[in-house]
Ligand binder design. Structure first.
Ligand SMILES: [Zn+2]
Length: 297
């Protein structure tokens, strides 16, 4: 098998046609990391060869594509993303504030994490391995937006890697990507299943919130502008605010979300706020409370 791909001095993929001849290419083998020479003679097909003269490595095309996709997304710091489920957003190009490779969010190790509006978006690049039920469950616990880009057809195509066309497929093709989370409401097959998964999720979330202590939270009830508001305060200091729909209150909670560290969890219709901002939110709700004296922290 001929090696027509190697890594350049910046560890980026390079095709033999774009490499300088000989050792000057400063390339290493994609598979074993040894120094390679770019053989670009008149007779034989151009290829890389180990400088040590050992036999060629077998380069796995799936790994090459996977690495290339990561490289391209990191470089462009953005992606075309389809309509976000259960939202009015249209398919659009998302420019991330930053993109991190190999970043762990608890038990989840996504291929990349892009930050949009300070919120992590998990990016999974699927060439042969797709997100399974176990991973999906973990993603649901974190309630992190997650997109999966399916590059299996790019792998089977004769589009060369790296190339402008491949780059386009990775960054822009809306046909090969879908939101894994949030889950489109239509895909909640039965109410019953949703309830079970919600319970599992809530239990798991509680566990995550309370890694160092016994699972615990405290519930508070407020009445603001005549509306009942339930607040769950977790041991981590995070609070989750639930309100019956009232435009004024929703607007207030949304403003706070933008002001501090907050997030709206559509599936639960709850507004989550984290420390230290959660304390401020709690105090504000408390000062607006119309209910007679109740237990306060
Ligand atoms: Zn090698």
């Amino acid at each position: 098998m001929t090696m027509c791909i190697a890594l350049d001095e910046n560890k980026k993929l390079v095709n033999i046609e774009h490499a300088e001849r000989g050792l000057a290419c400063q390339c290493t083998c994609f598979e074993c990391g040894e120094a390679v020479i770019a053989r670009k003679g008149e007779i034989k097909e151009h290829h890389f060869a180990h400088a040590s003269n050992k036999a060629s490595c077998t380069i796995n095309p799936e790994s090459v594509l996977h690495k290339y996709a990561k490289e391209v997304i990191l470089e462009s710091r953005g992606l075309m993303l389809p309509t976000l489920p259960n939202s009015d957003n249209e398919a659009a190009w998302w420019t991330f504030e930053k993109v991190l490779p190999e970043f762990s969010l608890g038990l989840i190790r996504p291929d990349l994490v892009g930050y949009f509006d300070e919120e992590p978006i998990l990016i999974e690049i699927a060439v042969t391995h797709f997100i399974d039920a176990e991973k999906l469950k973990r993603i649901e616990v974190f309630k992190s937006k997650c997109i999966e880009i399916d590059l299996s057809s790019l792998l089977k195509s004769d589009i060369s890697i790296p190339s402008i066309e491949a780059k386009k497929q990775i960054l822009e093709n809306l046909e090969n990507r879908k939101w894994i989370y949030p889950v489109p409401l239509l895909e909640h097959i039965e109410e019953k299943q949703t309830t079970i998964s919600k319970e599992v999720t809530e239990t798991a979330q509680t566990n995550v919130e309370n890694l160092q202590s016994t699972p615990k939270w405290q519930d508070y009830k407020f009445k603001i502008k005549g509306m009942h508001i339930n607040v769950r305060k977790f041991a981590s200091g995070m609070i989750s605010v639930n309100s019956i729909y009232n435009p004024e209150i929703i607007e207030m909670l949304r403003t706070w979300k933008h002001e501090g560290r907050g997030k709206y969890i559509k599936d639960y219709k709850s507004w989550n706020y984290w420390l230290p901002f959660s304390e401020i939110v709690f105090q504000r709700l408390n000062s607006m409370n119309e209910l007679p004296s109740q237990e306060m922290p």
